[in-house]
Design a protein around this ligand. Sequence first.
Ligand code: SF4
Length: 421
Amino acid sequence: MVILLNENYHVCTGCALLCDDIEVVIDANVITEIKTACRKGVSRMKGCNDPMSPTVEGQQVDIDVAIGAAADILKNSESPLIFGLGNSTDGAQKKAIELAKHIGAILDDTSSFCQGPTLEAIFNDKIKSCTLDDVRNKADVIVYWGADPSNSHPRHLSKFSYFPRGQERQRGWEEDRTMISIDIRKSHTAKISGDKFHQIPLQADEEFIDALIDALSGKVPKVPFEYDPKRILELANIMKNARFGIIFVGLGLVYSLDNMDPIVKLMDKLNELSNFHLIPMVGHYNMRGFNQNLFNETGHLNRVKFEKGNNTKVQHGAEFSIVESLNEKKVDAALIIGSDPLSSLPRAVADHLLNIPIITIDPCETFTSRKAKVTIPSALSGVECGGSAIRMDGEEVMFEPIIETTTLSDEEILTRIMEAL
Ligand code: SF4
C-alpha cells in the first residue's frame, strides 16, 4: 500500500514513524508554526542549527566545484565506501546503489550494527510482521521489548499502538488493550505499562526468552536470575490468549542477542498458540527503505561490495560492513550521506576513516563533515524536498516539499556526481 498525502498535511521525517498528519503555518517561505508533530519532529522540521556549506579542503566553494572535487576523489579511488542513506529518500538510495555499482564501492548503512538482523528475518519470511495500521485496528496485546518509544518515537503509542481506538478495538487502552514492557530499566514507556513491566538484568534477554518459551509450553520456567516464575507464567498466559499480538523490538533486545534465533523460536511458539507479529523499532526515517531497495536489487540488505564495471557481480558479508572495511583498511575514500559515523564508531575504527578522503552530503554540519575533504549541503527531506520513504512497518509514504529552496536534494547531488565521473 502507498500512503498518499492529503494536501493540507505534511510528513515528518524525524523518525521512521513518518507521521503524515503534520500541519504547518508558512510565512514568506519560512515555517513559523508546526502543529501535531512531537518535540523531536518539530526540531527536525525547524532545520539545522549549523547548516552545511559547500567546501573543499575547508574552503567555501561553489557547489559545482564541490561536486567536481567529490567526483575526482571517487574516480581516483581503488576501493571506495558509500555509507549512510537512512535519512535519504528512496530516489536518492536507488541513485546511490547505481553509483556504487558504477565505481565498484562497498555499500553499507547503520542497519549493519542495529536492526539489520531483524529486518533480514522479516524480508526472508522467518518472522511474521504486519502494518502499524493493523496494530491500531486490531492489536490487543502490545509488547515493547528493549524499546522506549516515548523518547525514540514519541507518537508511537498515541498514533498506532496503545492509546488509539481502532476498528476492532473501540474501547481503547482502558479495556481493549494490554501493554507490556520488557526492559533493563524502568523507562518512560515501562512506566505506562504499570504492573505489566518486566525488569530483567542486562544481557539476560535470551534467558528470559527461554523461560517464556518454557512457560508457553506449559512447563515451570527456569529463570537463571532472581525472578518470580509466577510473573513469567502470567506473561505467557496473556500472550497466548492474544487475538492479535505485536512485539515491537528495540535496540535493547537486538544488542543483547548474538543472532535472531531466540526471537524466531519465540515467534514460532507464539504462533502455534495465538497470532503474533513483530515490527522492528527502526530509528532513521528511511533506513528500512535503504534495506528494502538494496534487497530488491541484490538480495542483501547491507554490507555489499560491487565489482567495478560489472553491474551484476556483488559480494556480501561482515567483511564489507563499515566497521570491518575500515578496520582492515580495505577502503581508500568514503562518501558519507546523511550520517555521522565519526561520532559513533569506536576510536580505532574511526582512525582509518580520518586517514582517507571523506566526502559528506548532509543538510547539517556534523562531526564527520568537519573532518571531510569535501562537503556538499543537501535539502532537508520532507521540508525542502519531496520523495518517498518506507515506514518502520514496510509501508511506502510519499511526501512533498513544504518550502522552496535552491539547495539540491541528495538524489540531485548523486546524479550530478555520476555525470561528473
Ligand atoms: S513520532 Fe517521529 S515522525 Fe512522528 S512527529 Fe515525532 S519525530 Fe516526527
